[in-house]
Design a protein around this ligand. Structure first.
Ligand code: PLP
Length: 648
């Protein structure tokens, strides 16, 4: 079942492709050395050729080797992400093209803060932004006015933070413009109206303002620009901005209860405050659009304005996909009433799923043609949500998650790059007169726009090369995703079989059908009614599948499999779904008690199936079968067959 095209993609569970990686590393390390030697061949070596014979040199090398051996030895206690037995968090083996490109680029040490420190890799990062834009359904031709823009971040957390920053800047800019009151420009009538423009309207206003400025004499331009800057929230800070505009209430961010905790962090970092983050309940594990609409009405009544609505494309805990299309439709309805807000899709986890939905020419594959490849993937909701991604105002996607790249590579992509102007730190060209023209020229001073300063150009090279070797469509990168979705469907089928086999001893269920390659399993000893007991049992099951911390004491091999856990809570699932699952497990709904930390939630196993070799045809091994056989053994050990069915 493994596509032969995937064989060269990874170092491999056994290190099968060691010769390939070694050749590449050695070849390009030498290549780097020759570059140094041939750049200024007239400069002789500064380190004497005899240096290596000196005692101090040898002592240094001995110390270095000792430390490296220690490091290397201790790293053997790392989590074996590369193994098909690793069915835990959102991480797997690294794609070889990215790994090789990153190792290749490291000795050049490019700093993607600006083109002066990274003349080559800065362009690669801007191109990565365009590659991701195309994947997600945005305009990705820099010649077009409303082209998208994307850049890398240290991770999804910072990408989400960037989304908040941009949404706030777009929300408050029209208000500042009103306050600056440039004569002759058509601006919103009152603060409330200005505050409720859609991101697209705010961008139009920004473009209008830039046009207005460009018609001025240079000194006037500087003067007006300063005048506007003095009114902006970025200059005044939230406290003074809202004190200056008393009819405006600080804006609210709406996100589903399943949202990643980076949203809470972001609200704190921006000074908006955690209280301004309103969590919307889910229904059937997906964002409840009716509840969303009701919250908007409540906010209306309270005179508050939403800043940003977040939908999650692949939740961190459950891998579920929110109905982005429904949220987009809602945004349009609200915009028509003069109540604009931005939509951000947090696709940190699920973004690369989109590769499976794209034809080589960038168009979307039909639901039917995709269904032909799977048992039930994708659901109609998933397909529609994917199709609507291009209408979100911004998107987070993590190359270091489902992109199989090394850590330090998240990405933020916004629909219309012109909005980015609002995030610039200092607009030096204001004082020199000429704004850099052209898309690439503008973003080569990347440090002006991003939350970070110095950042890895080698990481950008890794993402770029990966996207070139494995283009982001279903016949290339998508093959990898296809493999993992098939493994997920096989996993679900096997879990159902397991549930039937174990019925006399253990009640097992897959609490909801997975939207992606993340599956959860809930279980409860047969006859037990009490959530506390079920949780204790699941903790024991998981204990043997998790790493001890801080440092594993038992040999790694003692862990036959690795899994992770999460919990089901009533406030996330809703009462109906929570009760359905408790019923399926034979648990008494009354034993789930909000006031008791041992039973206010249900502990379940969470498995991310990213490894493409989980079903190993080469050797006729299914690690899925092996996993469930392992679980059976564990259950038999923990729940020896009893004459009576009562366990409590
Ligand atoms: C992982 C994740 C994040 C955070 O990304 P980091 O790269 O860990 O900072 C944010 N949102 C979602 C949905 C995620 O899965």
């Amino acid at each position: 079942m493994t596509e032969p095209s995937l064989y060269p993609c990874f170092l491999g569970p056994y290190g099968e492709n060691d010769a390939l990686l070694e050749r590449l590393v050695v070849e390009f390390l030498r290549d780097h050395v020759y570059w140094r030697r041939n750049l200024y061949p007239e400069d002789p070596p500064a380190i004497p050729t005899r240096a290596a014979q000196q005692p101090a040199f040898q002592e240094f090398e001995a110390r270095l080797r000792r430390e490296l051996h220690t490091l290397s030895a201790s790293l053997k206690r790392s989590v074996p992400f590369h193994s098909p037995r690793y069915l835990g968090h959102m991480v797997s083996d690294l794609l070889l093209p990215g790994l090789a490109a990153q190792i290749l680029a490291l000795p050049y040490n490019p700093n993607n803060v600006s083109d002066e420190a990274a003349p080559v890799t800065i362009d690669l990062e801007i191109k990565v932004g365009l590659q991701l834009a195309r994947l997600l359904g945005y305009v990705s031709d820099p010649e077009q006015d409303g082209c998208a823009f994307g850049h890398l971040t240290s991770g999804g957390t910072l990408a989400n933070f960037q989304a908040l920053r941009l949404a706030l800047a777009l929300k408050c800019f029209p208000v500042a413009l009103r306050a600056a009151a440039p004569p002759g420009m058509s601006i919103p009538e009152d603060d409330m109206q200005a505050f409720r423009l859609t991101p697209a309207q705010a961008i139009d206003l920004l473009v209008g303002w830039q046009g207005w400025l460009s018609a001025l004499e240079p000194q006037d331009r500087v003067c007006w620009r300063k005048k506007l800057e003095a009114e902006r929230i970025e200059q005044l800070g939230g406290v003074r901005f809202f004190a200056t505009h008393p009819e405006l209430a600080p804006p609210v961010v709406l996100a589903p209860v399943t949202a990643h905790y980076s949203w809470s962090k972001g609200m704190k970092m921006l000074g908006l405050g955690r209280e301004q983050l309103v969590l919307i309940p889910e229904r059937g594990m997906r964002l409840d659009i009716t509840a969303f609409e009701q919250t908007l009405r409540d906010l209306d009544a309270a005179g508050a304005s939403p800043l940003l609505a977040v939908a999650v494309f692949g939740t961190t805990e459950f891998g579920t996909i929110d109905p982005v299309h429904e949220l987009v439709a809602l945004r349009e309805r609200r915009a028509a009433q003069g109540k604009g807000f931005a939509i951000h899709v947090d696709a940190a986890w699920g973004g690369y799923l989109a590769t499976l939905f794209r034809q080589e020419d960038g168009t979307l594959r039909s639901l039917q043609s995709m269904r032909a490849e799977f048992t039930s993937f994708p659901s109609a909701n998933t397909h529609a949500a994917m199709a609507a991604l291009g209408q979100a105002d911004s998107i987070t996607v993590d190359p270091h998650k489902l992109g199989y790249l090394a850590y330090g590579a998240g990405a933020f992509v916004c629909r219309d790059h012109r909005a980015m102007e609002l995030l610039t730190e200092t607009a030096d060209y204001v004082f020199t007169g000429a704004a850099p023209s052209g898309y690439f020229n503008r973003y080569r001073k990347l440090g002006q726009y991003i939350p970070e300063g110095s950042k890895s150009g080698a990481a950008a090279a890794a993402v770029y090369v990966t996207h070139r070797v494995l283009p982001l469509d279903h016949t290339h990168f998508g093959q990898l995703v296809r493999q993992t979705i098939r493994a997920t469907e096989a996993f679900v089928a096997r879990a159902e079989q397991f549930a039937r086999e174990m019925r006399s001893r253990l009640r097992v269920c897959v609490p909801y059908p997975p939207d992606s390659n993340l599956v959860c399993i809930a279980a409860n000893p047969a006859g037990n009614l009490d959530v506390t007991v079920a949780n204790a049992f699941m903790r024991q099951i998981h204990g043997a599948m998790s790493m001890d911390s801080p440092v594993p004491l038992v040999p790694l091999q003692n862990r036959e499999f690795f899994g992770s856990t999460t919990t089901l809570r009533e406030e996330i699932l809703g009462t109906q779904d929570m009760h359905r699952i408790l019923d399926e497990l034979g648990l008494d709904t009354c034993s789930m008690r909000a006031d008791d930390p041992r039973s206010d939630r249900l502990l379940i196993l969470r498995h991310t199936l990213m490894n493409p070799f989980i079903i190993d045809d080469e050797n006729g091994i299914s690690y899925i079968d092996r996993y469930f056989e392992y679980l059976s053994r564990r259950v038999a050990l923990l729940l020896p067959a009893k004459p009576s069915s009562s366990t409590t």
